[in-house]
Ligand binder design. Sequence first.
Ligand SMILES: [Zn+2]
Length: 391
Amino acid sequence: MEGCFTIEKDIDKLLGKFESHSQQNSQTLEQLRDQVAKLREELSQTDGNVAMAPLQRTSVLQNIKKIRTSGQKLSSQHKDLHSSVSRIGKSIEKNFDPDCSSANMPEILANDSQHKMLNKAVCEHFYRQGSLTVAESIAKEGCLEIDENWRKPFVEMNDILKSLRNKEVDHALDWARRNQERLSMDKSDLEFKLHRLKFIQLLRNGSSHQSEALQYARQFQRFVPEHSKEIQKLMGCFLYIKQGLDKSPYASLLTDNVWDEIYTAFAQDACRMMGMSVESPLMSSFTAGCQALPALLAIKSVIEQRQCSGILSNNDELPIDIDLDSSQQYHSVFACPILRQSTTLKNPPLRLVCGHVISKDALSKLVSGFKVKCPYCPVEQSPNEAKEVHF
Ligand SMILES: [Zn+2]
């Protein structure tokens, strides 16, 4: 991150230089152009066959000299800018390690089917982001088979998100009605929130639409058990319909935050219904990779010195711990209470018959004969009875 800041500073400096040069030069060029135009006008008025007056001659010569000097100045400034631009490139090289090969694992893209999997992940990412044209081009060029049943809900979800961005609620309401059963099973209050938005939109139209809003309020009947307080508030809005809701205690219902909230709520519910995470898996992997890369590059020299370049590619686990942001942590980590270290794929946590959990390595150390005694409660059991725990 520090590297980014240093480069940003250098770029700001360069842009400042560009700006000041551009201002100075446009002034000089303007002046020169004016002088030349003036001179041309003077010359056009004189007879072509008559020799120039000495005063005119001096003026022409002076202007030629000025133009030449300005040209030279411009060219040297251009050279100066050129070197400043190339300095940015050097600064990028200095602040970032251009060689990421030690953290590279080319074998994961060794064959066609693996390439296809990567293309599919990229394609799915664009479907999620709503960039349908890009996604479809990738699918076509990569000869990918995208299941129509998978694609359709994404296209619909993106259409609805677009309409919510334009503050149109009907499309989303229609979707929520169609998926009512599932939404209520998930205890989602999306449909209520959408009805609330629709109702507020009607109220905003003023007292001429009061009866329409009143009619719409019937929709809230089935939400009374869970949302009685919010519905009471909405009914209170009728009192302020004449003077305008924006001057009422309910003005907060009109803010853009309400739309932001519904946008996120809809995206979450729609993704959950499709069995997908809200965040794109490709984006999550990329972000995690960016966070892990500096640490991996830092151990590059160690890997090279010990000639164990396969250490990254031959294992399913990284040789060092990487601290990712909390937003990147999806699974709990289990530390073995006996060996005091985190469990891994090769050394997974095992649940003993008594319910205590220790790591596989710890269990093998505790085995004597065909029996093992739990180190916490002294229940004696067979090590084969221990079951692997997945977090
Ligand atoms: Zn026990």
